[in-house]
Design a protein around this ligand. Sequence first.
Ligand code: SF4
Ligand code: SF4
Length: 253
Amino acid sequence: MTNKTYNADLSRRHFFSKAAAAAGMAVAPGVFLRQVHARPAEQAATSEQRWGILIDTNKCAKGCDSCVTACMDENGWGRADASEDKSGPHQKAQWIRKVTIKDKQTGHVQSLPLMCQHCENPPCVDVCPTGASMKRADGIVLVDKHICIGCRYCMMACPYKARSFVHEDLEDQKVVAPRGKGTVESCTMCVHRVDKDGTPACVEACNADNHNAMYFGDLKDPNSEISRQLKDYGGEQLRADLGLNTGVRYQGL
Ligand code: SF4
Ligand code: SF4
């Protein structure tokens, strides 16, 4: 990693040490503001919250990849002009991807974004030999690039294929999302935004495009928009049979 990257990583660590809470609020039919309830910036992430994302597959538009593009822009992976040009299609980073699924019996087709599911019981953390793969108290699962040795055990352990390995030197990285050759990475739930009372870029982009298929908020707050949606309309975990208790849930499956 370059000095620039290393410094950025330290900055990111500083972000990790801060925390905030968020909830949703309807301001008009079909229009939602993701309002945030801040807490002191110096206060560490706490288990009083558990951040989650709810995806309504009935609203997720086929052919739309605004969430993917927004994640690329926000976190600096997958850009056409990026330095990551020596890696093959199956080697390039993919923090979030659109998946199309078809019910074999009914023929019903659904489109949904798939990213790190921020498991409560994450196998990626269980197998990591260095502690680089970690879960914060508020449920966000991250990789500490300082101590990741690139063994990729976590990639093999993740049932959602949510992690990528950086194969080459990178340039022009985002300060909020430092990346490094030889380390593993995945969706951070835009922790740098969450810790500053913000909303993940994918959720923001989906709402900006008026699809409103994604909700972000505190699963432990019964009054948050995400909790109310789950209470009123339900929400499923992908591969719930694995018992990972994912922080990302889906409606309409
Ligand atoms: S989805 Fe994969 S990378 Fe994310 S927490 Fe679960 S096991 Fe870890
Ligand atoms: S690749 Fe890094 S984060 Fe993943 S298991 Fe190995 S040391 Fe841990």
